[in-house]
Design a protein around this ligand. Structure first.
Ligand code: TXA
Ligand code: MG
Length: 314
């Protein structure tokens, strides 16, 4: 797999140039986005994309999101529509992924799409991510940079701890600002919400003119859709109105706790802290992490989605 040890690259001109070259050379590079850290590879290189699945232990039927620096690069790969343009103008760059029919001539590894004729595309907002995408000069396939089924990484340290030497280098851009993954909107048919995330359903509805349809059935077009996902080592107990002895206590709002996602009850702050605090509590090896109730509105929908999967039977 990768070399003797993971290179930590700083997010300056030299680090970006090195990371870009490594991607072009077919290596795996961890990099920050505003949502979570991605595990990037050249999306046109079959061997490089295969090594993403190997490093994560990810089932091969789960397709990847392709990251691009601007709309022209996106439009070269997918069939664009007026609706896609409107949504893109409202939310890109940012924590939104669009699934659109792929152009037949697009040179994307079949492994990245898991053989589907649609492609998930995203323009991240984090300047480091976009600088890296420009430096690489190729479409970059990137799932979250964690072992499959485990907690998502929101710092370079999380990436190294989770994947170790399976990743050649990690570009260190500090902590991720949004903290939950992108919202995934299917636009290949009627607009469908495939995964709640950093852009709220209300915000999407404003641009779409109506709420997106809910995803139907359990057929898996997104791995974050598997019931058990985002799991810490500890069991997770949700909607904890009070605490049991010995539990690690993850609070929200005005409660006594070990770590508090947002003492003031701010969902944006809570999302940004979610995975960092789960990682920190889990590092103490508790049997159970108990979590305060999180309001199911706005970003709370994405937070509750991640927490309920973290709590699901494994
Ligand atoms: O915020 C994010 O989206 C992060 C950062 C790194 O960009 N990435 C991320 O990737 O969350 P990942 O692999 O953990 O989740 C990608 C999701 C999966 O649930 C996958 O099934 C879905 O995107 N996906 C990819 N291609 C798809 C397609 N053609 N149709 C439907 N879902 C697709
Ligand atoms: Mg993931």
């Amino acid at each position: 797999m990768a070399g003797p040890c993971t290179q930590i690259l700083s997010a300056d001109e030299a680090g970006l140039a090195t990371a870009g070259r490594m991607l072009r050379d077919g290596q795996l590079v961890g990099f920050p986005t505003e949502t979570v850290y991605g595990l990037g590879a050249d999306a046109g290189n079959d061997r490089a994309v295969a090594s993403i699945f190997d490093a994560k232990g990810r089932p091969r039927f789960n397709p990847l999101i392709v990251h691009l620096p601007d709309i022209d690069a996106v439009r070269a790969l997918v069939q664009w529509t007026d609706l896609a343009q409107a949504v893109a103008e409202a939310f890109w760059p940012g924590p939104l992924t669009l699934v659109l029919p792929m152009r037949p001539e697009a040179r994307i590894s079949k492994l990245a799409t898991a053989g589907l004729d649609t492609l998930a595309v995203r323009i991240p907002a984090a300047p480091v991510a976009r600088d890296l995408l420009r430096a690489a000069g190729c479409p970059v396939a990137a799932p979250s940079a964690n072992p499959s089924g485990k907690m998502s990484p929101t710092s370079a340290e999380h990436v190294v701890r989770g994947l170790g030497r399976k990743v050649a280098a990690v570009l260190d851009g500090g902590r991720c600002a949004v903290g939950v993954e992108s919202t995934i909107l299917g636009l290949a048919g009627r607009p469908t919400l495939l995964r709640p995330g950093g852009i709220t359903e209300d915000a999407l509805a404003q641009v779409l003119g109506r709420r997106p349809a809910a995803r139907k059935g359990e057929s898996i077009s997104a791995p974050g859709q598997l019931r058990s996902h985002y799991a810490p080592g500890a069991r997770v107990r949700l909607n904890a109105a009070d605490w049991n002895a010995g539990e690690a206590r993850l609070g929200f709002g005005e409660v006594e706790s070990d770590l508090n996602l947002s003492p003031g009850g701010d969902l944006t702050e809570a999302a940004a802290n979610l995975f960092e605090y789960l990682h920190r509590l889990d590092a103490e090896n508790p049997d159970v992490i108990a979590v305060s109730p999180i309001p199911h509105l706005g970003l709370g929908v994405a937070i509750n989605d991640r927490l309920s999967r973290a709590a699901a039977d494994r």
